[in-house]
Design a protein around this ligand. Structure first.
Ligand code: FAD
Length: 467
């Protein structure tokens, strides 16, 4: 260890600073700005979207109930999708069905997914943020959190010009990894209870020049295979001819003919908050891409002439810190579809655990099925210990199993939207996030197009002012 002292430049203060521009941070920044707050969105990359864009992750998993009948995630997510759709960059989830190429031929949990073009997502993310009045601070990595008397009063960023302090009344941690909360000293959980293992990392890539019809024909001839090309992969495992990290090839058709996203590299036993592990994982996954392409060329119908289109800008990290909130969501809450007085989002995607230690998963971990619709309470977004801070997205409070359902992109949008509205309310009412009037928050969410489940469907009160 070595200690040193440095003076920091001070950025101008804003009401709300949002750290991370993935689905959660993007929605949070837009919602807080629309709520009248001055908002700064801090992002380490040069574009917005997080996994949605830079991670090449897609499609957006279901925004509907598990049975595919009711759209649950609406609000900013739906606006975002419809805007991409109007540019030819997405198919609305109401138009897609499970078992189709857009769903990667998967059935369970794969009803009503949203295929989209990541470049259109980059464009729409930035346009929506700027139109809402969000001030962007790109190429800025949050490296520390300033806490005074138990309240987060701002963050420290590192950038090409050095380091700066960014003050804010309320900070939203949408970094995925809970960087702000952890640096501020908040307690967090990590990994599954049995051995602390976390889900593996995966580097997405896309291939072009695929014979779409041949791929679909193979799946149609093998309806019993749970994962695409499963029996071919199993034969390769038995023969030891290829080192394959999964039980099948998880691939999703995109909007362009012959182009598929591949979610099949897998690096286990690595920690997404450790720079050495991230480096190891990035190298290993990029080597796996080369091996997988060779396997595709030699073994897979319809993929013999495919070529690499691109790899994601960064390896995708499925699981790291879960910041301990006032309430921690359990698997039982999701299975029972437990009703919460402070519900701020509802979702229907099931528990999707990629094994921390083996080639298994998703969906073969033996956990019971989740309810058709489950609720996410506001208290899971509020850290148990710190004030001035709200969590959004993958780092909210819950068990390893519960977060394995809630972590996908549509719920992240919905949670982010709630966090943004709550942050603006905290600012205008001079209250801490934990003191925000939840009934008022729910009414504001409903008024702006969010859906909080059938029992919350009709708002009693239409609020139009910020007072
Ligand atoms: C391999 C993989 C496959 C997945 N498959 C799917 C799928 O098919 N469909 C689906 O819907 N979901 C999928 N998910 C889940 C989903 O992508 C994420 O859980 C979701 O993006 C979480 O949203 P978020 O906003 O919380 O975090 P992220 O999308 O991770 O965004 C976090 C943002 O914060 C920024 N950031 C992080 N730390 C800092 C810092 N210290 N300073 C500044 N900026 C910072 C990052 O650059 C990023 O922009 C997958 C995830 C992975 C990793």
């Amino acid at each position: 260890m070595r200690e040193y002292t440095r003076s920091l430049t001070i950025e101008k203060a804003t009401d709300v600073v949002v750290v991370g521009s993935g689905p959660a941070g993007l929605a949070a920044a837009i919602a807080a700005a629309r709520g009248g707050a001055s908002v700064r969105l801090v992002e380490r990359y040069g574009f917005l979207g997080g996994n949605l864009t830079g991670g090449l992750v897609g499609p957006c998993m279901t925004s509907f109930s598990l049975d595919g009948k009711t759209q649950l995630i609406r609000g900013i997510f739906d606006e975002f999708v419809r805007r991409m759709e109007s540019l030819g960059g997405a198919v609305h989830p109401s138009q897609t069905v499970s078992g189709s190429p857009y769903s990667g031929f998967m059935t369970f949990g794969h009803e009503a997914v949203t295929p989209f073009d990541p470049e259109v997502a980059k464009r729409v993310s930035m346009e929506m943020a700027l139109e809402a009045g969000v001030e962007l601070l790109l190429h800025s990595m949050v490296v520390d959190t300033v806490v005074e008397d138990g309240t987060v009063t701002g963050i420290v960023i590192a950038h090409k010009g050095g380091m700066s302090f960014v003050p804010a009344t309320v900070t939203i941690d949408a970094s995925g990894d809970g960087d702000v909360a952890a640096r501020g000293g908040a307690a967090f959980d990590y990994g599954r209870d049995s051995d602390g293992g976390v889900q593996p990392m995966t580097l997405f890539f896309r291939v072009r020049d695929v014979d779409d019809e041949a791929v679909s024909a193979y799946q149609a001839e093998h309806p019993d295979e749970r994962f695409p090309f499963q029996s071919i992969v199993e034969r390769a495992h038995e023969a030891g001819t290829y080192s394959l990290p999964r039980r099948g090839v998880q691939l999703f058709k995109t909007l362009e003919s012959g182009v598929w996203r591949v979610n099949t590299t897998r690096v286990t036993g690595v920690n997404g908050t450790n720079v050495h592990d991230l480096t190891t994982a990035e190298v290993a996954a990029r080597q796996q891409v080369v091996q997988l392409l060779e396997f595709f060329h030699h073994e897979l119908p319809g993929m013999g002439s495919c070529r690499l289109l691109d790899t994601a800008s960064t390896i995708g990290v499925r699981e790291t810190r879960r910041i301990v909130g006032i309430y921690s969501i359990t698997l039982d809450d999701l299975v029972a579809g437990r009703a919460f007085d402070d519900v701020i989002a509802v979702a229907g995607y099931p528990v999707d655990i990629h094994s921390p230690t083996s080639i298994n998963g998703p969906f073969d971990d033996g956990v019971p099925p989740t309810a058709n619709v489950y609720e996410i309470p506001y208290r899971a977004l509020v850290p148990a210990q710190l004030d001035g801070l709200i969590m959004a997205g993958r780092c909210i409070s819950g068990s390893h199993e519960a977060l394995a359902a809630i972590r996908v992109m549509p719920p992240a949008f919905a949670i982010g939207e709630a966090a943004g509205v709550a942050a603006a309310r905290a600012v205008f009412t001079h209250l801490e996030p934990r003191e925000v009037d939840v009934a008022d928050l729910q009414t504001r969410l409903l008024n702006s197009g969010a859906y909080l489940g059938a029992r919350m469907d009709i708002p009693d009160l239409m609020i139009t002012s910020n007072s």
